[in-house]
Design a protein around this ligand. Structure first.
Ligand code: ADP
Ligand code: MG
Length: 701
């Protein structure tokens, strides 16, 4: 049996252990970390007469009938009635049905006091509840009852009991304090941290989160557990950063030739761009690998910064790579950067899943031999058989789509034991507090300035009844040689539905509103080559209107496109809308974005109206974070954000700031890792790495 297995607990046999395993609970400590998703407040019972259909309620009452037992096949059905007022004519009753719970039914007779928890249903004027959780009123204490995530075969009561056994197994009360009596739960935080931030000890936190008496208990326990969770994650990343400093990187001895690079550009770089380049060049001149993220709003010009650094690597006789999340983006970067960098003497290639086998062989051979100075590509770049001759710089665009693991894989590519410099370009600007968490292993540069001449994209919220006017406007601008995007109504994920929806939507537009206009559609299920060719045509203005799903959301750059129409705008997060809007307003021309929505929801409308008023990506993501939480900011796709079990990084911003301060304090002592008082913390941080293969401490990868 595994050490500290749940099997050691009273009432947990082989069968129960199997069921717990289905919840990812193997050890007693796994069980303690199985936290309530909410609480039943025993001071807030619902009177039977106020019960609404399909509501989940807690009811306290008296059994007012005999218990009837029916037998159907091998099913024992018990039925009885409950009232919560003095029994008299017309008092509202709730009928309760239990299945095969003979042991329970035996304890119930007319007059028994019960507390029931379950979903109530109302048919006509009959209120009923099937298979509720039952407690006998005599043994209910006041306070809060935890509600846990459950699985088939484990009832709430069951889970509560098992948790009680775990608490009794691990802890005891001594002099009014809860202390561990086993070594299952060891305090991980040094005393000085707990004192400074007013955090309760771990045993107390477990007790309070599973058996709270008051709301304050719950808050104190949550604070302590969330603090610990973020702290360990952050320290893990900091340690990663420190480890990086022990690695070697390629030597960069030749100075960056800024004038030469600048002369190849058709525009002047902004000060923010120059500053970011300078910061990164400083990093790259050091003997250990750079680990830097560039944050900048949509259209702030991150790509050229990457290009400058690739050129710097080239000047030093080294290769670079740029990894992007989609083939569309790879193709676009390729066609943008190839002409620029070739005039500077570099050879650029592009590797994606849609290359033929033969092409791939050739591209890989060129990477291996050093014929290629920069390779741009998708995930294909991190396949095992992609070997570089002397990779010095690995750029990742739109990082959140990848996750930490892939970042690491590519950074291991060096053949001579050196680790390439890592540069991440974040697609979605995020508030600093969140950036410090997510990019805790990196230094951060912020491009806080837009290239000159950019106009604010005027944004309007319109009902779908305005569609015909919108489309005729588009038809007009198309005739004047301008271009537009239409993001079509969202459909459920699913291959055939998605394709059908886009096709029929585009066909309808073509036949009616946009007759004679060159129109094409794009969706996520298309082959890379097909997408590529459509985007090329759009880029060369051979297509005027591009109808698309959100595949165009990331990074596409066609300055001649001046209108963006987003159907069903209410279904998108603000940051996603901002990304979409960022596809226009990229040239000198005045651009417009129309959000089409018939949503009646007040909150949703307010949110969209607020969006119309601001063009500031940082502000938008802050709002989005408040409203939808970090996972949602980036859409439903893989985002690589840490998913914390306890901490809520959207609303715990104050806590995050405290943790950040605490982390800085801890690591400002270069010996913190070796000090006795930090030993338990160090062990937890190390476990964070060992678990990395399973899930990087909850990081979705
Ligand atoms: P993002 O930061 O969203 O990745 P891009 O790198 O795609 O933005 O740049 C958006 C557009 O702005 C591109 O057409 C690029 O050529 C242009 N651009 C970048 N920097 C400047 C600048 N300093 N002045 C004018 N245009 C610029
Ligand atoms: Mg970009």
């Amino acid at each position: 049996m595994e050490k500290n297995s749940v099997r050691f607990l009273k009432g947990v046999g082989e069968k129960k252990a199997e069921k717990l395993a289905a919840l990812g609970i193997f050890t007693i400590s796994d069980l303690l970390y199985h936290l309530p998703r909410g609480y039943l407040d025993y001071s807030e019972m619902t009177p039977i007469e106020e019960i609404r259909d399909q509501s989940t309620v807690l009811v306290k009452g008296t059994v007012s009938s005999d218990v009837r037992c029916l037998r159907r096949g091998n099913l024992d059905i018990f039925e009885f009635e409950v009232i919560d007022k003095e029994d008299s004519f017309g008092v509202p009753r709730m009928s309760v049905t239990l299945f095969n719970r003979n042991y329970l039914a035996e304890k119930i007779t007319r007059g028994t006091h019960v507390v029931l928890y379950g979903k109530a249903e109302i048919f006509g004027n009959k209120i009923s509840m099937r298979s509720p959780e039952i407690e006998f009123a005599e043994d209910t204490e006041r306070g809060f009852r935890p509600i846990y995530p459950l699985t088939e075969g484990i009832s709430l009561k069951n889970m509560q009991k098992t948790m009680s056994s775990a608490l009794a197994y691990c802890f005891e009360k001594k002099d009014g304090k809860i202390i561990s009596k086993t070594d299952i739960v060891k305090e991980s935080l040094p005393q000085y941290v707990m004192d400074q931030y007013g955090l309760c000890a771990l045993p107390e936190a477990f007790y309070k989160i599973h058996k709270p008496q008051t709301k304050e208990d719950i808050a104190a326990a949550r604070r302590r557990l969330a603090f610990e969770e973020i702290l360990i994650f952050r320290l893990g990343l900091s340690t990663m950063k420190q480890k990086m400093k022990k690695q070697r990187s390629k030597k960069m001895t030749v100075d960056f030739d800024f004038p030469k690079f600048a002369s190849a550009l058709p525009y002047k770089m902004t000060n923010a761009q120059k500053r970011t380049i300078k910061e990164a060049i400083e990093d790259m001149k050091r003997p250990y690998p750079m680990s830097r993220v560039i944050q900048g709003d949509v259209g702030s010009g991150k790509t050229v910064v990457a290009a400058a650094l690739c050129f710097f690597a080239f000047q030093n006789g080294c290769q670079s790579s740029i990894m992007v999340p989609t083939e569309v983006l790879a193709a676009q970067h390729y066609s943008d950067l190839k002409p620029l960098l070739e005039t500077l003497g570099m050879t650029v290639s592009c590797l994606t899943g849609s290359n033929t086998k033969k092409e791939k062989e050739q591209i890989k051979e060129d990477i291996r031999s050093g014929n290629t100075d920069l390779v741009i590509g998708t995930h294909a770049l991190i396949e095992k058989d992609v070997k570089f001759k002397n990779l010095a710089l690995a750029v990742t665009d739109e990082q959140h789509r990848f996750g930490v693991r892939q970042r690491e894989t590519l950074s291991k590519k060096g053949e001579d034991g050196t680790v390439p410099h890592a540069l991440v370009m974040s697609a979605t600007p995020i508030p600093r507090s969140l950036a410090l968490i997510i990019y805790g292993d990196m230094d951060i540069s912020v491009i806080d300035e837009m290239p000159p001449g950019r106009q604010k994209v005027s944004t309007f919220l319109l009902p779908s009844s305005e569609n015909s006017r919108m489309y005729s406007y588009i038809s007009q601008i198309a005739k004047k040689g301008k271009q537009a995007y239409i993001v079509c109504p969202m459909v459920e994920e699913g291959e055939s539905e998605e394709i059908k929806a886009v096709e029929s939507f585009a066909a309808e537009l073509q036949e009616n509103y946009l007759k004679g206009i060159r129109l094409a559609f794009l969706h996520g299920r298309m082959k890379g080559k097909e997408k590529d060719s459509i985007l090329k045509k759009f880029a060369y203005n051979e297509i005027s209107v591009l109808v698309s799903t959100t595949v165009i959301e990331v990074g596409i750059n066609v300055p001649n496109a001046v209108v963006m129409i987003i159907q069903n705008a209410e279904r998108f997060g603000l940051s996603q809308l901002h990304q979409l809007r960022g596809r226009v307003g990229r040239g000198k021309e005045k651009s417009y974005c129309f959000l089409i929505s018939d949503s009646k929801n007040e909150e949703t409308r307010e949110r969209m109206k607020a969006f119309c008023k601001t063009n500031d990506g940082f502000e938008i993501s802050r709002k989005d974070l408040e409203i939808r939480g970090p996972g949602e900011i980036f859409g439903k796709r893989q985002h690589g954000l840490p998913e914390f079990k306890i901490a809520d990084i959207a609303s715990d911003t104050k806590l995050i700031r405290e943790v950040q301060e605490c982390v800085e304090r801890i690591i400002s002592d270069p010996l913190w890792f070796d000090k006795d008082q930090n030993k338990p913390l160090k062990e937890r941080v190390q476990a964070f790495f060992t678990n990395a293969d399973r899930k990087i401490n909850g990081l979705q990868i």
